[in-house]
Design a protein around this ligand. Structure first.
Ligand code: M6R
Length: 615
């Protein structure tokens, strides 16, 4: 959601900034802009559309802009004010002294605006951001050009969430940053300083990154980055080394990042299992600092997350319940957990799952749980992210950077780590039998090969997608361990193919949704060979009797399934609790190829942002 890139050094600033913005396109945006310091003035270019269009506009700027060695850029995901060039960032103050980009929402922008307007300041945009820009210019003037003091006063005056990146006209080579609520990362490679919303934008230059904390400001100069509290006092800061390679953020031979990331799932599984197991025993890495014996006093476990991460936690709940039905285990969406009166305290363990580690609702939920004295664990894919820094016990999922907006390999990274964490917790509680531990770890170890086998049959799924892409919509149905899969399958279809898709526990169909069925609404039924196979097939029959085309996902060898469906895709057999690990892959591919048939923008679907950093 909004991408920021700032640069001050010796290279061509426009090239560095455009490249940084391109790397962050996946965050989701509708317009973009850049401001460059050229020959003592600041030159702006803005467009509605893609970064490639902004690059064309930059080529038309006066020739001296090619020599600019500092500047800031932004991709905007509109919140306040329409998608127009005027509303695109960077914004410039009326006196031309301040130019600024922003990610977040300034909640008191209306008040600031009306105060400044009554003092004669003329606003030209409809954005909340312009209020912070005009206010900073006023504070800077009032303080005789003391940037430190003006920044401190500005941050004290704003309510809401912000990552602000700023240039002052009369301060060459300097870029100022401030963060509260929205992510911002800075870096210095010896000759230049950078800042961005997302670490992937900086990996071409350095892997040593400074993640700005809540209430922190930074001053970037070519030779160093300095950090301060909002009150202006200096702050010592350690860099974090991110071991992601640049290749990981490259599409390589693939048409889409999503397709590349789907294919990486066997490797994600292998790495996760190798890192956290020894032969047939679970062994969470040394970095995991949840004290042993903690589960003796825990009565409740809560899993809290949003979107795909939430569905990953449903998989974990199913596994936990199947191994220990005494423990009170709940799953909550973070946007509700943060406002409900949920039980907490030191007999409660809350597990927060967020691939980005920056989802506003998940962060707020974790803060609430911590305030209640609940023991909190986070699972995130991004070292140094806000959740990693704020939650005392963090486990890093090992998916590598995910660029496609639709989560795929991070789901697999999460469910594999959650499965191992669940085993660790139950072992600590004394309720995991050595048999179950060995059975599940053995099952996990066989998964990469099984996923590879499904990938080798991608053409079958592609053909199914081509056949069903003219459907009016989809119902995804299944029972128990397949319910999270129905949700994830439907979400993938909605977000990248834009086709209406509903997910239902198969037994619920008769209670209303079946009324919608006709020959244009395809039912995708997940019917693995478990004790619930017959029951689910009965539900499938009921759908077939209402003329709905049926696409069945069954277990290999279950040839009778062919009698119940128009088409069947056979999945390899695995342990019951591990069925979601296998089932998610064909559903991802099905959504991917459907979206491809329909010519959708797969990696950057309309209206979506990769990480949802505002409420
Ligand atoms: O970064 P998070 O895991 O906290 O993100 C949560 C959701 O926004 C995310 O899973 C979203 O639903 C996916 N991009 C959907 O594919």
């Amino acid at each position: 959601m909004c991408g920021i890139m700032g640069y001050t050094g010796k290279s061509q600033a426009s090239a560095v900034i455009l490249q940084g913005l391109a790397k962050q396109e996946y965050r989701g945006y509708d317009s973009a802009g850049i401001a460059l310091r050229c020959d003592g003035r600041i030159v702006n270019a803005k467009i509605v559309g893609r970064v490639a269009e902004l690059a064309r506009r930059v080529r038309d700027l006066p020739p001296e802009c090619e020599c600019a060695v500092s500047g800031i850029g932004h991709t905007r995901w509109a919140t306040h004010g329409g998608v127009t060039e005027t509303n695109a960032h960077p914004h410039e103050s009326s006196d031309g002294m301040v130019v600024l980009v922003h990610n977040g929402i300034i909640e008191n922008s209306r008040d600031i605006r009306s105060r400044l307007e009554s003092e004669g300041v003329r606003f030209i945009t409809e954005t909340d951001t312009e209020a912070s820009c005009q206010l900073l210019a006023k504070l800077y003037r009032e303080r005789g050009g003391d940037a430190h003091s003006a920044m401190s006063r500005l941050t004290a005056s704003l309510t809401g969430a912000f990552a602000l990146v700023i240039m002052f006209l009369d301060r060459p080579d300097e870029i100022w940053c401030a963060r509260r609520g929205s992510p911002l990362v800075a870096a210095n490679d010896g000759g230049a300083s950078y800042c961005a919303s997302d670490p992937t934008a900086l990996l071409d230059y350095t892997h040593d990154l400074f993640f700005l904390e809540e209430g922190e400001m930074a001053l970037l100069k070519p030779l160093a980055c300095k950090f301060f509290n909002f009150d202006g006092s200096p702050r010592e800061k350690e860099s974090v080394s991110l071991n992601w390679s640049n290749v990981m953020t490259d599409k390589g031979r693939h048409e889409h990042f999503m397709r590349k990331e789907i294919e990486e799932q066997p490797d994600v599984l292998r790495l996760t299992i190798d890192t956290h197991t020894v032969v047939t025993t679970v062994a969470m890495g040394r970095d995991f600092n949840l004290p042993r014996g903690i589960m003796k006093k825990i009565r409740r476990v809560q899993f809290v997350a949003c979107g795909t991460s939430h569905y990953a936690t449903l998989v974990a709940r199913d596994m936990l319940e199947s191994l220990d039905r005494e423990l009170d285990t709940r799953v909550e969406v973070a946007s509700e957990y943060r406002y409900r009166d949920v039980a907490g305290g030191d007999d409660t363990l809350a597990i927060f799952v967020s691939q980005s580690g920056e989802t506003a609702d998940t962060l707020a939920a974790a803060r609430r749980a911590r305030a209640a004295g609940t023991c909190c664990v986070a699972i995130t894919n991004v070292r140094g992210s806000t959740i990693d820094r704020e939650v005392p016990h963090t486990l890093l999922s090992l998916s590598g950077p995910e660029i496609g907006v639709a989560a795929t390999k991070t789901f697999t990274g999460q469910i594999s780590l959650l499965a191992l964490l669940v085993m660790w917790l139950l072992k600590d509680r004394g309720t995991l039998s050595a048999n179950d531990e060995a059975r599940l770890i053995g099952g996990l170890r066989s998964l990469p090969t099984l996923l590879q086998e499904i990938l080798s049959r991608e053409d079958e799924i592609k053909a199914l997608a081509e056949k069903y892409s003219s459907s009016r919509g989809f119902f995804f149905i299944g029972r128990r361990e397949c319910v999270p899969l129905t949700m994830e399958g439907a979400l993938k279809m909605k977000e990248i193919a834009y086709l209406p898709s509903e997910a239902y526990a198969a037994g619920e169909m008769k209670h209303g949704p079946i009324a919608m069925l006709d020959d244009k609404l395809t039912v995708v039924a997940l019917v693995p060979d478990t004790d619930l196979r017959e029951k689910t097939l009965s539900n499938v029959e009921e759908c077939r009797a209402r003329s709905a085309p049926i696409l069945l996902f069954a277990t290999e060898g279950d040839l009778d399934a062919l009698d119940f469906a128009n088409d069947v895709f056979f999945m390899p057999r695995t342990e019951r609790e591990l069925i979601p690990f296998i089932g998610v892959l064909p559903l991802q591919l099905f959504a991917y190829h459907t979206a491809r048939c329909l010519g959708r923008d797969i990696d950057m679907p309309r209206n979506l942002a990769k990480s949802v950093t505002v409420e």
